[in-house]
Every structure is written in structure tokens, then in C-alpha cells.
Write a protein that binds this ligand. Structure first.
Ligand code: NAD
Length: 495
């Protein structure tokens, strides 16, 4: 069986570890390949290669680094359907959605092409008499990126274009569930002219992550994944003296006021709840319906759900399988919990008839009404095609519910009342907010990141904040004396 190996120094790298993990084709339900799992020694070798490549990449002119990024963008634009096919084969999401994730990642590449502007420092002439003060932004060195299974292309692209543009060398540790996208990207970067060793992929599990978190030559960690691992990564990396941004899980609510446009809300709830089989950190998982809108809204959502075609993402379907059998079973178990906890299962995804092989990891779109907030169905991040409805009596009750949650990634309000929407954006304790937009993922020149247990650390992904994360600032105070000046002065210059 084919083994996806690491990519180090511009070529495939087998490493010394003999451990591997299976990679599934979720629509077939079969193992399609294996992925190498790095040992700490393998990781060490990759970091050494990246460290050796750093001085030359750091010192390359802005214009030359920029031209590599431009070439990478052009190649990505031309070849992205190849990448989409890889994503669909290993993740299961439908091809159009895979193309969508690449598009959102490509936006960050395009943003990073503006590095000339984004790497500029500041200059103050004559801060004191004949003294000038200026700042420089310099890259960190070798930086680590650890990504989740649900966006095998986009999430790495939230970070590496900015890290590379700023002059860093990268070790990417992708999810072991869908590892091949990272190798495809690495090869494309090489084709774009990126010097060998500047971008490296090390596959693995906890062993590789742990080695990366404490490696003395790794300067920063950008992590995206579930909240418990994000917290662990943040604490371990920070303790080892690293700069860490660790984006965690989510439970996103959509607050629907009674004056909202029912048809728009129903479309939005279905698209945001079931796109990518609900395996999105910005998926809507709870509709908070302010009465008396719940009954007509549930009818509208259920009737639109009837049109969703579930099946193999390579066919003309709307929603693919879940990523693994274990994950599918875990998500399906929440439907049982809902029944036990007294909720009403309006549409049951366990009855799905997919357009795909029977062994695929299928679960159809599921709608559950009257979910008690004490239920695990309400409290846990389910990360699958299960949409809960909670009924409330007022805006205030809905807001209180959202603000009492542990996560603060994304949220949305649906209303035709501008004043209510404005109040919501001010009062809600969440990092990314949609107003009549269900999945408010910020564009690349803004930054992506949630509040509370959805982000550990103080830096979000991409945007100017991304460039700040991947650079260190130096401030230079300089005086060039003209020949008439001189003499002793032991005090600070004061004017
Ligand atoms: P995960 O936490 O299981 O894995 C993420 C990464 O951590 C992977 O590379 C994995 O190999 C590694 N990892 C797993 N267990 C580990 C351990 N014990 N020690 C060290 N490393 C470990 O997450 P996932 O299932 O791949 O992805 C889904 C999760 O990611 C969801 O919780 C989702 O909300 C979250 N996510 C968040 C965002 C965001 O922007 N906040 C974006 C995408 C996904």
C-alpha cells in the first residue's frame, strides 16, 4: 500500500520511524493508503534542514520573496482542481466545497503577496535633536504549523503564506487523517521556486506534535484543532518559551429574530449547518429561534433539507460522508442522546440513502428541535451534520444563552432590524459575527480567530495580525553626528 511520506528539503523524506496510520477514502469506507508517523528524531532532522535554509531565505530581497509567492499563486490558480480531488478523496467533502476551501486559502496567498507593504517598519526623524528612531520587522526563524483534518488546504494556508512571505521557514504537521494535500502544496511551492528546506511537511501524531512543541530551534506554533488539544498545545508551547496561537473548537449559534426573512434564514441554516457535513469550525450547530418564529422556521428548514443529496463527493452531491467511521458513530450517538434527553428529532440522518458505496461513513442531515440546554447535544461540539434548535422568548434570552457558552468562535443574527443587529454586535461575546450572513469567515486582510475556548493566545490568523505574529520588531535609535558636534554627555538625550 502507498505510504504518504514526509517532505523535507525539497523532496520526499522517509524518516526512520516505521510507524504508520491508515488513510481512508470516506466515501468508500476503505483504507486507500498509509501515512508515515514521524518520530522525534525525524522531526529533529526536518527542523535542522529548515534552520539551515533560514539565513538565505531571510536575507532574500522582498522583491524576490514576493515573486515566489506570486508564482505559487499562479500555479495554484491553474492546478487547484488536482488539489480539490485529493481533498475529496481523503476528507470526503464534495468537490465544489473542496474548491471553495482552496479559494479561501488562496486569498491569503494573494494577501501575503503584498508583503512589501506589510513588512514595512516605521521611521521618526529627529525624535531627539539629530536622533532618528525606526523599527524593523524581522522573521522569527523556523515556525511550526499544526493543522486539523477539516480543512487540509485552507487552514495551513491561513498561516504558511504569511510565515513564508515574512521570511520564516516552515514545518507543517498536517492532520494524519488527510495528509496528501500538504505534500501537493509543498511540491507546488518547490515548483514556484521556493528554495529547498524553506517549507517542510512532517506527518505524524502526538509524538511529532510533542517534539515540535519543545524543540529549541522552533520559534512559534500555530495550531488549529479541538479545544482540549489547543489548550495543551498552548500551555506546552508557551512553557517552552514559544510564541503560540492555538485555535480551538466551536459551537456556533444563529439567533433568529421574529422579523427575519424566513426563506433566507432557512437557506442559511441548511447551508451553514450541513455544508461539509457540519465538519467546519464555523458551521452553525444551534439555531436559537425567538418565538413565535420556531414552528414556521423548523418547517422551512426541514423542507429544504429534503432537497439535500448525500453521497460520494466525486458525484453530483451536496454533502459527503464523515471523515472516519469512528467520527460518524460518535456524531450519530448524539441523536440517541437527544432522544433520551427529551428533544424532538425532526429529521433523522441515520435513515439516509446515499448516492455512494454502502461502506462509506454516511450520516444524513439531522434536525433536532427543543434541545434542552442541559443536554450534551447542546453543550458539546458535535462536528457533524446535526442542527439543534433551541426556542427562546426574547432577544435578551437568546443573547444570554450565546454568551454563557464556553466557545466564542462565530455567531450570526438574522433580522431586518438594524438597531437589533447593531446591539447584538456590541453585546455578544464572540470573535466573528455575521449579520444575515451565516458563516462569517473574515476575508484574508482581516484576521480570523474566536474568543474564549476558541482561541488560546492573543494572535489571530492572517491579516496584519498574522504578519505581527510571524515577525519580531526591533527599534533602532540612531545618531549620525555632523562634524561640528561632540563632547561628553552622560545623561539621556532629552530634546
Ligand atoms: P484534533 O484536535 O483532533 O487534531 C488537530 C491536530 O492536533 C492534528 O494535527 C492532530 O494530529 C493533532 N493531535 C491530535 N491529538 C493530539 C494529541 N493528543 N497531542 C498532540 N497533538 C494531537 O482536531 P481535528 O479533529 O483534526 O479537527 C477538528 C477540530 O478542529 C474541531 O474541534 C474544530 O472546531 C477545530 N477547528 C477549529 C478551527 C478554528 O479556527 N477555531 C478551524 C478548524 C477546525
Amino acid at each position: 500500500m502507498a505510504v504518504v511520506s514526509h517532505y523535507v528539503g525539497g523532496k520526499s523524506f522517509a524518516g526512520s520511524s516505521k510507524r504508520t496510520a491508515p488513510v481512508y477514502d470516506p466515501a468508500l469506507g476503505t483504507v486507500s493508503k498509509e501515512v508515515a508517523l514521524a518520530s522525534a528524531a525525524d522531526l529533529d532532522q526536518a527542523v535542522a534542514v529548515a534552520n539551515a535554509a533560514f539565513p538565505a531565505w531571510r536575507d532574500l530581497s522582498v522583491a524576490k520573496r514576493q515573486s515566489v509567492m506570486f508564482r505559487f499563486r499562479e500555479l495554484l490558480e491553474a492546478k487547484k482542481s488536482e488539489l480539490a480531488a485529493i481533498i475529496t478523496e481523503e476528507h470526503g467533502k464534495v468537490l465544489s466545497d473542496a474548491m471553495g476551501e482552496i479559494q479561501r486559502g488562496q486569498e491569503v496567498v494573494e494577501f501575503a503577496c503584498g508583503l512589501g507593504h506589510l513588512m514595512k517598519g516605521e521611521y521618526s526623524e529627529n525624535a531627539s535633536t539629530d536622533v532618528d528612531v525606526y523599527s524593523l520587522k524581522q522573521p522569527l526563524g523556523v515556525v511550526g504549523i499544526i493543522s486539523p483534518f477539516n480543512f487540509p488546504a485552507m487552514v495551513p494556508m491561513w498561516f504558511f503564506p504569511v510565515a513564508l512571505a515574512a521570511g520564516n521557514c516552515v514545518i507543517l504537521k498536517p492532520s494524519e487523517k488527510d495528509p496528501s494535500a500538504a505534500n501537493w502544496v509543498a511540491e507546488l511551492l518547490t515548483e514556484a521556486g521556493l528554495p529547498d528546506g524553506v517549507f517542510n511537511v512532517v506527518h505524524g501524531d502526538k509524538e511529532a506534535v510533542d517534539a515540535l512543541l519543545v524543540h529549541p530551534d522552533v520559534q512559534s506554533i500555530s495550531f488549529v484543532g479541538s479545544t482540549p488539544i489547543a489548550r495543551y498545545v498552548y500551555e506546552t508551547g508557551a512553557k517552552a518559551g514559544k510564541r503560540v496561537q492555538a485555535l480551538g473548537g466551536a459551537k456556533n449559534h444563529m439567533l433568529v429574530l421574529p422579523d427575519a426573512d424566513l426563506d433566507l434564514v432557512a437557506d442559511s441554516a441548511v447551508n451553514a449547518g450541513f455544508g461539509s457535513a457540519g465538519e467546519r469550525c464555523m458551521a452553525i450547530s444551534v439555531v436559537v429561534a425567538v418565538e413565535p418564529i420556531a414552528d414556521p422556521l423548523i418547517d422551512a428548514i426541514a423542507s429544504k433539507m429534503a432537497g439535500i443529496k448525500v453521497g460520494d463527493g466525486r458525484r453530483a452531491c451536496d454533502m459527503g460522508p464523515l471523515v472516519t467511521e469512528v467520527h460518524r458513530d460518535k456524531v450519530a450517538s448524539y441523536i440517541e442522546i437527544a432522544e433520551k434527553d427529551g428533544a424532538t428529532v425532526v429529521v433523522d440522518g441515520r435513515d439516509v440513502k446515499p448516492d455512494g458505496e454502502p461502506g462509506g461513513f454516511w450520516l444524513g442531515p439531522t434536525l433536532i428541535d427543543r434541545v434542552p440546554t442541559s443536554s450534551k447535544v447542546y453543550q458539546d461540539e458535535i462536528f457533524g451534520p446535526v442542527l439543534s434548535v433551541v426556542r427562546v422568548q426574547s432577544y435578551e434570552e437568546g443573547l444570554e444563552l450565546i454568551n454563557s457558552g464556553a466557545f466564542g468562535n462565530g455567531t450570526a443574527i438574522f433580522t431586518n432590524d438594524g438597531g437589533a443587529a447593531r446591539r447584538f454586535q456590541n453585546e455578544v461575546q464572540v470573535g466573528m459575527i455575521g449579520i444575515n450572513v451565516p458563516i462569517p469567515v473574515p476575508v484574508a486582510y482581516f484576521s480570523f480567530g474566536g474568543w474564549k475556548h476558541s482561541l488560546f493566545g492573543d494572535s489571530r490568523a492572517h491579516g496584519e495580525e498574522g504578519f505581527r505574529f510571524f515577525t519580531r520588531t526591533k527599534v533602532v535609535t540612531s545618531r549620525w553626528l555632523d562634524p561640528s558636534h561632540g563632547g561628553l554627555n552622560l545623561g539621556f538625550p532629552q530634546n
